[in-house]
Design a protein around this ligand. Structure first.
Ligand SMILES: CC(C)(COP(=O)(O)OP(=O)(O)OC[C@H]1O[C@@H](n2cnc3c(N)ncnc32)[C@H](O)[C@@H]1OP(=O)(O)O)[C@@H](O)C(=O)NCCC(=O)NCCS
Length: 178
């Protein structure tokens, strides 16, 4: 695929339907697909990739809805989408991924954490995703465990490591090796 022909940009209202169709085609979480949170990739005016920063009511943010159209995969489009979404982002971000794919996000500083250490809204999405996977398994689709990853500024993590010795409140918790 010609990388020069691919445009990565913020979504507009006109992209809403195409974003929904792409996310649903891969059976990703169908809720909270609000276009202002999305970055999209296009070729020839057609949306072939999307990713969003979900903003939860508890103040936490979750990188989600990462999807690239089947025919466009393996050309670095997902990486460009994440690069654009996280450019200059210094606030904590969580992400739910299938365990075998968790390592793919380490280049952006994501590290696997204990489920109980994630914010409540992220834990809820993790639970919903895990239940959906059990249903898929019953329908004879392959099931892979979902894990929660966290990315936060290095400086804050150093502070938190010492704080975590005194308790594990919201967003505070030990990391586990992926
Ligand atoms: C995952 C997905 C978005 C990757 O899109 P892509 O444009 O082919 O990805 P890229 O070309 O940028 O490659 C990203 C890297 O992550 C790896 N990767 C493989 N599976 C991955 C996954 N599920 N999630 C993230 N990265 C993955 C790729 O192998 C690649 O590694 P490399 O650079 O060392 O070769 C695409 O396969 C997809 O839409 N899958 C279905 C939906 C899905 O599983 N989304 C992820 C939800 S957590």
């Amino acid at each position: 695929m010609d990388q020069l022909a691919i445009v990565v940009r913020r979504a507009t209202e006109r992209d809403q339907q195409a974003i929904r169709a792409l996310v649903r085609s891969e059976r990703l979480n169908p809720t909270g697909l609000d276009w202002p949170n999305f970055i999209v990739a296009l070729t020839g005016g057609r949306i072939i990739g999307a990713v969003q920063m979900r903003k939860h009511t508890d103040g936490s943010r979750e990188l989600g809805s990462l999807v690239v159209a089947k025919e466009a995969r393996g050309h670095g489009i997902a990486s460009r989408l994440i690069d654009t979404l996280l450019a200059d982002d210094q606030k904590p971000v969580w992400l739910i991924a299938a365990e075998p794919n968790a390592g793919a996000y380490s280049r952006w500083g994501f590290i696997q954490i204990e489920t109980r250490a994630a914010p409540a809204k992220v834990r809820r999405n993790h639970l919903m995703g895990s239940l959906a996977r059990i249903i898929s398994f019953v329908m004879r689709r392959p099931m892979r465990r979902l894990v929660i990853l966290e990315r936060r500024p290095a400086e804050e993590w150093t502070t938190r490591t010492s704080a975590s010795c005194h308790g594990r409140g919201h967003g505070q918790g030990e990391r586990v090796s992926a």
